[in-house]
Design a protein around this ligand. Structure first.
Ligand code: ATP
Ligand code: MG
Ligand code: MG
Ligand code: MG
Length: 436
């Protein structure tokens, strides 16, 4: 994309209500615009980040055998009456009436709908286990929408649902999701630590929230440093092997990690002092086993091997896709702007033409840009060099390819790594090879 043609409206001034860095930077860099309280439009560069995150989530969910579906945003109130949640959910639910007076709602989550779809299509234990996910907009009428996309009213969530014949099957499904989530967050370039969370009336140890560490997080967090040193992508786990899954799961849950809500001073005291980490975190994911809560209340049964009917065990697994854009920036920025991890960056590099009109500069820039126009943002505007440097830093491209008249004459460019400011003077081909 050529910046002269791009729709990436940057801002110098941001609204006073943008209290935290990620919100300010998303507005300043032209990634989103608020259209109503807690509701945002995604502009081209922001949308590219959102899509990159979605794609990583898809790949990792598919890898553990989950299958993608797409359910609608609007749901019928009657569906939620069957589970008993229509009245229980409260004012966070946006309730709507159509022209015939039928009651609808904008889905805040999809347990009821997926249970209904599953129940009307599956009748035998032989069709289990199943894991289904979708990536769809949700609406929750939050009392206090704030921090931009971090706590929006309309937001994008990946939600998955598992169906198993028995408790042990559900445990395996839960553990596969735990693995998938750790891999997703590692690929996204953020550290998200899994922490024990409330299980409600179900009890047990099968509820975890994943928190990205950032001083502006809404939750206090306490965890063992052992959890931040792991390489989940480099660790092979056979997802069809119960023992392998169990060993993997203990390697996570053997280490203390809890939010302030579940913090246990006695257990914390046993963590060696040099491994104690305390701080704040942003909830970007939540996995939960809830047994037969929905299948039973909605009357969903399948037949077992001996012909008797039973209600399958379920779990649900959410990732805050749009919240992650804010959380990643919260965890990765400096005074000058965003620092995108390579895997989610809207463009892999900015090409900064310091002297448009100079023959050598233009030729080199066009050559580089032509190599991958989809993934380079070419700043071909007739702006001062300082403006280009500032905008590239603000937009957070992982690399900047700086093309000035002196180097250009020798066929060289300057490469700058946004994350650490490291600079390399290289011939064009070597610069391209380094960016990859
Ligand atoms: P929170 O505690 O932040 O209100 P939640 O526990 O209500 O979140 P879940 O029901 O667990 O949220 O939903 C799954 C995920 O969806 C959350 O982990 C979070 O990442 C994301 N999410 C929830 N509410 C919002 C929101 N208002 N805006 C953006 N993302 C959200
Ligand atoms: Mg909430
Ligand atoms: Mg929560
Ligand atoms: Mg939650």
């Amino acid at each position: 994309m050529r910046l002269s043609k791009a729709f990436q409206p940057t801002l110098k001034e941001v609204p006073a209500e943008a209290q935290i860095a990620s919100h300010r930077l998303m507005l300043r860099a032209g990634l989103v615009r608020q259209t109503s309280s807690g509701i945002y439009a995604w502009l081209p560069a922001g949308l590219r980040v959102l899509r990159n995150i979605e794609q990583i989530i898809r790949e990792e969910q598919d890898t553990i055998g989950a299958q993608e579906v797409l359910m609608p945003t609007l749901q019928s109130a009657d569906l939620w009456r069957r589970s008993g949640r229509y009245d229980a959910y409260g004012p966070e639910m946006l309730r709507i009436q159509d022209r015939h007076g039928r009651e609808l709602l904008y889905g805040p989550t999809n347990e009821e709908m997926i249970t209904d779809i599953f129940g009307s299509s599956v009748s035998s234990y032989k069709q289990l286990p199943k894991a289904l996910y979708h990536i769809q907009w949700k609406f929750r009428d939050e009392v206090r929408p704030r921090f931009g996309v971090m706590r929006g009213r309309e937001f994008l969530m990946k939600d998955a649902y598992s169906f198993d014949a028995d408790y042990q099957g559900a445990v395996n499904s839960y553990r596969r999701m735990m693995l998938s989530y750790l891999r997703i967050f590692q690929r996204l370039g953020v550290r998200a630590v899994p922490m024990v969370a409330d299980t409600g009336p179900i009890g047990g140890d099968l509820s975890h929230e994943f928190l990205v560490l950032a001083p502006t997080g809404e939750s206090g967090v306490f965890f063992d440093a052992a959890l931040e040193e792991q390489d989940w992508l480099g660790r092979p786990v056979d997802c069809d092997n119960e023992e392998d899954l169990a060993a993997f799961f203990s390697s996570v849950t053997d280490h203390y990690a809890a939010t302030d809500e579940k913090h246990d001073e006695a257990a914390w005291a046993e963590v060696p002092d040099d491994r104690k980490r305390e701080g704040r975190g942003i909830e970007v994911g939540h996995i939960f086993y809830f047994g037969t809560k929905y299948t039973e209340s909605m009357g969903i049964e399948v037949s077992g091997a001996d012909g008797t009917k039973f209600s399958p065990h379920m779990g649900s697994y959410g990732v805050g896709v749009s919240r992650l854009v804010g959380a990643i920036i919260e965890a990765s920025h400096d005074d000058a702007g965003i620092i995108w991890p390579d895997s989610v960056a809207p463009y892999k590099a900015a090409i900064l033409n310091l002297r448009p009109g100079d023959e050598a500069c233009d030729a080199i820039c066009e050559e580089i840009y032509g190599a991958d126009p989809e993934n380079f943002m070419y700043d071909d505007r007739s702006e001062r060099a300082g403006v280009k440097f500032n905008d590239a830093d603000l937009m957070g491209h992982p690399w900047q390819i700086i093309v000035g008249p002196r180097g250009a004459k020798e066929g060289k460019v300057e490469l700058k790594r946004r994350a650490d400011g490291e600079r390399f003077e290289l011939p064009v081909a070597e610069a391209l090879a380094k960016i990859g």
